[in-house]
Design a protein around this ligand. Structure first.
Ligand code: CA
Length: 219
């Protein structure tokens, strides 16, 4: 799950970035509205955290521009503006959720998980598929009743495939979710992670769609 943070306050941006990474999200951070809009229009983020008071382009302008181009990325507005009029304007401009600073990082992470599962068409907090259960909040995986240890990228990859079960995800889409800016993508890393997941779970859980990508078949 890869999150874009659009926040001009350096301390706050650094804090959210570090906090999200600790919670198991991949995250990138930009410091003005123009950079935020460009990033959201060029890469498949799972969700965005958007400040309203931003240099170059306000948060509301970013939202309106995004939605005008039918970009449906879930957006959580995170701002110091706390009046009902501000909340109404933010949600009516295309925001999906609204939090007022100061905020609790655990609550922010839980709201992001809720937005992401809704955007994928789900409501249940646990992702289940046959004898496999993935808990995005606890970051645990069980297979046939047993806990299975997964590396961070293996977990993210499995989470992404389960959220989109029944749909083929391309290499590029999967790599974009696994690697924030500045992290080198090794050329066969994706295949290695898929191989490990098949070994730790079941050989037939993840299907290779030749020349396209990977999928967990729908039930
Ligand atoms: Ca600001």
């Amino acid at each position: 799950m890869r999150i874009l943070i659009v926040e001009d306050d350096r301390l706050l941006g650094e804090g959210i970035l570090a906090g999200l990474k600790q919670t198991g999200f991949q995250a990138d951070w930009v410091r003005d509205g123009v950079a935020g809009l460009a990033a959201l229009q060029s890469e498949p983020f799972s969700a965005a955290i958007l400040d309203l008071g931003l240099p170059r382009m306000s948060g509301l302008e970013v939202l309106r521009a995004l939605r005008a181009t039918h970009n449906a990325v879930p957006v959580l507005i995170l701002t110091a503006r706390d009046t009902s009029q501000d909340v109404i304007a933010g949600l009516d401009a295309g925001g999906d959720d609204y939090m007022v600073k100061p905020f609790d990082l655990g609550e922010l992470a839980a709201r992001l998980r809720a937005l992401i599962r809704r955007a994928a068409g789900g409501a249940a907090p646990l992702l289940e598929r046959g004898e496999l259960t993935l808990d995005p909040a606890a970051r645990t995986v069980r297979w046939q009743g047993q806990a299975v240890e997964l590396g961070q990228r293996e977990f993210t990859l499995l989470h992404e495939l389960l959220l989109n079960s029944g749909r083929v995800l391309t290499r590029g889409q999967l790599e974009a979710k696994l690697y924030p800016w500045g992290e080198e993508v090794e050329s066969n890393a994706l295949e290695v992670h898929i191989h490990h997941l098949r070994k730790k779970l079941a050989a037939d859980l993840i299907r290779t769609v030749r020349g396209v990508g990977y999928m967990v078949p729908g039930e």
